[in-house]
Design a protein around this ligand. Structure first.
Ligand code: ARG
Length: 462
């Protein structure tokens, strides 16, 4: 048995068993929030001074002590001694070593319950902004590559079958759109976390004349939270972050999957650079898209971390329960995985060598301009679309039987299928004509892609 805890051990004769200490301590995880803990303590101490709850001399000693701790942690890192239990107590016990009994006044009108809720909210809000910035970096790379490939033709797929030709620029910009919605989810999570729980104390508020508006403002929150029980009970702000991270990681995993497919030799649409691929230890010809595969894999982990915290929170009674200490590890891990994924994809896309000739070749196979033939019948011969679809199906069959592309069918063959087809139809059967014609708002035509590139460059300040 070790000594009883210095902070809360008054009624305990003996200290915790070693295993109890290990299961109880969160310092190895929450030491990462030391900056947020110091910020919260500074705001609280300054408020206690302003409200006359702590005297000027003690408050000055506390604030100076916190400055010293900041220097120490900055230099040596925060401690990880399990006996200190968590980052809140690690700071407070160091403060006591530095300034003596005055340190004990810092915890007036405060509990670790509102303290941890505040620290973690601050951390999550910062993480939302970091994630948004990392997303914008990936978007910037995608926009640059889209501009370069505004006219590059590739096959567009549905059901992974060649469907209609599209431009590579258009395809890449699709991800820029998805990522923008991810940015807005992180911004919304940040905004929703904008109420400060500090001052809720253990669960019921406090009888001390604290100024919660002041601490909220000092910590960059919009306002204090309105209900002390809610303040210390909920972790929905972390779940909001994780939901946004999970959704973003799903988008990343789809882009990763496409890079993996495209880099596979039967596709041959892209060669990933040496920096973002690995070789095989046995098969010298291999060039494996490991970074993209890990991004695809990490999304599974991030979704799992989100699910895990939801299940931790499910069914907990108000207010604080120690289960909630398990909120940080999944959130931190998801944040690190997402940051890595975003950076790895930005690097992979930036350095990828796309293969326009191969993409065009595949786009021209598989009768990708069949829809253009049907549209021509509707437009030029007034044929109802359903009938045009049928006629086109017969043309596709004829091309298939002849082993050629639609554009290579002789006019007689086309006219035998339907007399309304004339030589002008060949104008729409090339993949270039097909993409150039798709000028509807949001369409794949190079002119539209260039407009969208310009819009994104302005929006992202590129
Ligand atoms: N380490 C704890 C956590 O992360 C801090 C709050 C502890 N509060 C308590 N009453 N034990 O959740």
């Amino acid at each position: 048995m070790s000594q009883s805890n210095k902070m809360w051990g008054g009624r305990f004769a003996a200290g915790p068993s070693e295993i109890m200490q290990t299961i109880n301590a969160s310092l190895p995880v929450d030491r990462r929030m030391w900056r947020e803990d110091l910020a919260g303590s500074r705001a609280h101490a300054a408020m206690l001074l302003d409200q006359g709850i702590v005297g000027a001399e003690d408050a000055a000693a506390i604030l100076a002590g916190l400055d010293t701790i900041e220097e120490e942690f900055e230099r040596d890192g925060p401690p990880s001694d399990l006996a200190l239990e968590d980052i809140h107590m690690a700071v407070e016990s160091r403060l006591a070593e530095l300034i003596g009994p005055a340190a004990g006044r810092l915890h007036t009108a405060r509990s670790r319950n509102d303290q941890v809720a505040t620290d973690f909210r601050l951390w999550v809000r910062g993480a939302c902004r970091e994630a948004a910035e990392a997303i914008v970096r990936l978007q910037s790379v995608l926009v640059a590559r889209a501009e370069e490939h505004a006219e590059t033709i590739m096959p567009g797929f549905t059901h992974l079958q060649v469907a209609q030709p599209v431009t590579l620029g258009h395809h890449l910009l699709a991800y820029v759109e998805m990522l923008q919605r991810d940015v807005s989810r992180f911004f919304a999570a940040d905004e929703r976390a904008g109420e400060c729980p500090l001052g809720a104390a253990a669960l019921a508020g406090t009888g001390f004349p604290i100024d919660r508006e002041a601490t909220a403002a000092a910590l960059g929150f919009e306002r204090p939270t309105g209900n002390s029980l809610d303040s210390v009970s909920d972790r929905d702000f972390a779940l909001d972050y994780l939901a946004a991270a999970a959704q973003c990681s799903l988008h990343l995993s789809r882009l990763a999957e496409e890079l993996i497919n495209w880099a596979s030799p039967p596709f041959g649409f892209v060669q990933l650079s040496d920096q973002w691929s690995t070789g095989s230890s046995i098969m010298p010809q291999k060039r494996n898209p490991d970074a993209a595969e890990l991004v695809r894999g990490h999304s599974g982990r991030i979704v799992g971390l989100f699910t895990g915290l939801m299940i931790t929170m499910k069914g907990l009674p108000l207010a604080y329960s120690k289960d909630m200490q398990d909120d940080k590890a999944p959130t931190f891990e998801a944040h690190d995985l997402l940051a890595l994924s975003l950076a790895a994809l930005a690097g992979s896309v930036e350095s990828a060598a796309f293969k326009p000739a191969r993409m065009r070749e595949v786009a021209a196979q598989g009768f990708a301009t069949a829809t253009d033939l049907a549209d021509w019948l509707v437009r030029e011969a007034g044929v109802p679309f359903r009938e045009a679809h049928h006629i086109t199906g017969r043309a596709v069959k004829a091309a298939e039987d002849a082993g050629c592309d639609l554009a290579d069918l002789p006019l007689e063959t086309l006219q035998a299928i339907d007399a309304r087809l004339d030589s002008n139809v060949y104008d729409v059967l090339s993949v270039e004509a097909s993409v150039n014609s798709r000028t509807s708002h949001g369409g794949t035509a190079p002119v539209r892609v260039r407009e969208q590139v310009a819009r994104w460059k302005a929006l992202l300040d590129l």
